[in-house]
Design a binder for this molecule. Structure first.
Ligand SMILES: Cc1ncc(COP(=O)(O)O)c(C=O)c1O
Length: 388
């Protein structure tokens, strides 16, 4: 087998992972995750923001091996469902280390979480707050507000969070209902490369904390959510830039420093994973077409969900020398017309690329295998293999 060459620089890539792929030649498509890189990223986040408690957002990569590795390092966990609660507890996480961060939940699921020992919750509505008071009495709560910030790489829109003034009212109500008010939380949207996004959220959270103090309600912590970026085709600013912006804004907008909480997902697992895919077909739509269509054995429905709107532009690697190359449109294998991965983002691949060649999709450890749970068109979900 050829040595695999980078068509672009790949600083996040572990050599062990590349060796694993080349030596074991696993069936494609597959995701391979280096657990040592997961651990390294966790400690890099701790080093960048030592004053913050890390709740790893399990949804980014819910592989039991990833959860177990992070539990062993002392991470806490942001969970979105009873399934993720069961997963974390089964991997040795302490129920005290779990936070049920999804503001959209059934009363029965809150009751289940409480029975399993979960005592931290996020809400953003009157209805969920009432359910928490009834089914998770005495628990610690954050209220998520909508942050007015520039759009992130993969934005949430307005689905989560409420207006800041409503968050203030709801948190005061939470105290009346016997819940322990932790404070405000926000999420700037995933893959945020602009540190100013956290600055405006922290300023708003400071106003909420002061409003609550005036109403006689003390707050304990500030939950800054996730959103910390990974480098894909465009390099992301280092964590230290975000950490410094956060530190400066907290000092400016809080009289007493709150305990800080972060819920990183992508920043912990993205660079730990590589997807190895195979080229199914290379074709052109006309004899004069400059673009080749490169169809892979992985697409939008089997792991590359974040290529919707071409939000995430992964770096690609083939075994061919990077040049000569030419423009390509890259698509998945299904019969769905939307299963086109990149047609607007300019990608070039070696002209020597043929059916049967491998294409490695780099830094693909976050939001890939977990989005690939349905056997759409009969293509099986993306398996994950591990090193480390
Ligand atoms: C509540 C919550 N926290 C944290 C995260 C993780 O975000 P990221 O992977 O951008 O760090 C998410 C992502 O959807 C989320 O919904």
């Amino acid at each position: 087998m050829h040595a695999v060459l980078d068509s672009v620089a790949s600083p996040g890539q572990s050599t062990r992972l590349r060796a694993f792929l080349d030596e074991r030649a696993p069936a494609t498509p597959c995701l391979v995750v280096d657990l040592d890189v997961v651990r390294t990223n966790y400690h890099a986040m701790r080093a960048a923001l030592p004053e913050a408690t890390i709740f790893y957002a399990v949804k980014a990569n819910p592989a039991p091996e990833v959860v177990a590795a992070l539990a062993a390092e002392g991470s806490s966990f942001d969970v979105a469902s009873t399934g993720e609660i069961d997963l974390c507890l089964a991997q040795g996480a302490d129920p005290e280390s779990l936070s049920y961060g999804n503001p959209i939940k059934k009363a029965a699921d809150i009751a289940y979480a409480y029975r399993r020992g979960v005592r931290r919750y996020t809400f953003d509505s009157d209805g969920d707050l009432a359910n928490l008071a009834e089914h998770a009495p005495g628990s610690r709560v954050w209220c998520r507000f909508l942050v007015d910030a520039p759009q992130s790489g993969t934005p949430f829109g307005k689905k989560f969070g409420c207006a800041p003034e409503m968050a203030l009212r709801l948190l005061a109500r939470a105290a009346d209902l016997g819940l322990v008010v932790d404070g405000a939380c926000f999420h700037v949207g995933s893959q945020h490369t602009d540190a100013a996004a956290w600055t405006s959220g922290i300023a708003e959270a400071g106003r909420i904390a002061r409003g609550l103090a005036e109403a006689g309600v003390a707050t304990r912590s500030l939950n800054l959510g996730g959103g910390f970026p990974a480098s894909y085709r465009d390099a992301a600013p280092p964590l230290a830039v975000h950490a410094e912006a956060i530190r400066t804004a907290v000092a400016e907008h809080f009289d007493t420093a709150p305990e800080l909480v972060v819920e990183p997902g992508r920043a912990i697992v993205a660079t730990a994973g590589v997807i190895r895919a195979e080229v199914v077909l290379v074709s052109r739509k006309s004899d004069h077409d400059e673009h080749r269509w490169v169809y892979l054995d992985i697409g939008r429905y089997s792991g590359l969900a974040e290529t919707e709107n071409e939000y995430i532009a992964y770096r690609l690697r083939t075994a061919h020398p990077p040049t000569p190359d030419g423009p390509v449109i890259i698509a998945g294998p299904t019969c769905d017309g939307d299963d086109v991965i990149y047609q607007n983002t300019p990608y070039r691949l070696p002209t020597a690329l043929r059916a049967g060649d491998h294409v490695d999709i780099l830094d693909a450890g976050a939001y890939t295998a977990s989005y690939s749970s349905v056997s759409f068109n009969g293509f099986p979900p993306l398996p994950t293999l591990f090193v480390g």
